[in-house]
Write a protein of this length. Structure first.
Length: 347
């Protein structure tokens, strides 16, 4: 995370100001409501009156760390105040033994698709916020071997072996418009041979372009089943983007228009990739608060994000919540989940 910073170039906060700001932010995170001086006096061990607390709040207000939404209401932290809190006052709450066990068990050593989907599900459940995982394409590794294996009636597994020794499994599913059942084994074996001829020795990007070209140029020459398998294979070679728990975005006290923009943004894989790209530029957990976020749709949100694997080579994982999300709890959950996912993806 970012190094502790002072809120401006003036005098640093004194101990009383720090305690009051911490109590205010902690309470606001817990209640989502403005916080008054009486509540802070009860929560802090300062031994001073609410009037003294009000003077401290006025000083914090003047420095732009808190604001009063309505004259008769208490105060809430600003983006600047939340940034100071995250950098200097945050107390991390490590996941419980049960939570750690659930994360490790659910993600485990599963294939790429399963690991990513389980990661988003378990992190959404534990954090109670929207979770995103983007699994990156290996840019330089080349496909050494490919195999299609029947998994169940409506699915097969595409197994990719790369020249750097890594193995990835991609789930291919189909329903309704083709058949409720997978192609017979003989057909899958034949498709495996054709896929090998098309993609062996290529990077994922090159392999995907090759398959898309075959589908487009030979559409009238190949069977419906072969076309569907080629299409599913091509789609599986794209970066995997999984978004879970968007319903939580509707629970936050945020502008309806901004929320709609964010929901529309999260439906577009390419924009989601771009949104989280900054997370892989530096090691560790990154936190973006309100207007710090690169997209206007996130200007009322808090985002906790980290790269998967060294330098984010395997992708990005992030949680989106309200500006006042519980950073102390969410940061360790994101960190642990990212480590387990990275191991599952071969990092």
């Amino acid at each position: 995370m970012a190094h502790p910073t002072e809120p401006d170039r003036g005098e640093p906060l004194n101990e009383r100001e720090r305690l009051v700001l911490q109590a205010l932010v902690d309470t606001h995170i817990a209640t989502s409501e403005p916080v008054g001086s009486k509540a802070i006096a009860q929560l802090t061990d300062l031994g001073v009156s609410p009037a003294t607390i009000r003077n401290v709040l006025s000083a914090l207000d003047e420095r732009g760390l808190i604001a009063q939404p309505h004259t008769s209401a208490g105060r809430v932290p600003t983006d600047k105040g939340l940034r100071y809190y995250v950098d200097s006052l945050l107390r991390l709450q490590q996941p419980s033994q049960e939570e750690r066990g659930e994360i490790v068990e659910r993600i485990g050593d599963a294939g790429v698709d399963t690991a990513i989907r389980e990661a988003t599900r378990v992190l959404t459940r534990l954090s109670k916020h929207t979770t995103i995982v983007v699994a990156a394409r290996p840019e330089s590794a080349r496909i050494k071997h490919v195999e299609l294996l029947r998994l169940r009636d409506d699915a097969a597994v595409l197994i990719l072996v790369f020249d750097d020794g890594k193995v990835q499994n991609r789930l291919l599913e189909w329903r309704g418009d083709l058949s409720d059942r997978a192609p017979p084994l003989s057909e899958l074996e034949e498709m495996s041979r054709r896929l090998r001829a098309l993609v062996d020795g290529r990077t994922l990007e090159e392999a995907r372009a090759m398959l898309v070209g075959v589908i487009t140029q030979r559409k009238d020459e190949i069977s419906a089943i072969e076309q569907r398998l080629l299409t599913a294979s091509a789609q599986s070679l794209s970066p995997t983007v999984v978004v879970e728990g968007t319903a939580h975005l509707l629970e936050a006290q945020a502008d309806v228009k901004r929320t709609k923009e964010l929901l529309e943004l999260l439906e577009q894989d390419e924009r989601v990739e771009q949104l989280l790209a900054r997370a892989s530029l530096a090691p560790g957990i990154k936190i973006f608060i309100g207007e710090e976020n690169p997209a206007s749709a996130l200007s009322e949100r808090g985002v906790v994000v980290t790269g998967l694997g060294q330098g984010g080579a395997l992708g990005v994982l992030g949680v989106i919540g309200p500006r006042h999300l519980d950073y102390g709890r969410v940061v360790p959950l994101v960190d642990l989940t990212a480590q387990v996912v990275a191991r599952a993806l071969g990092g």
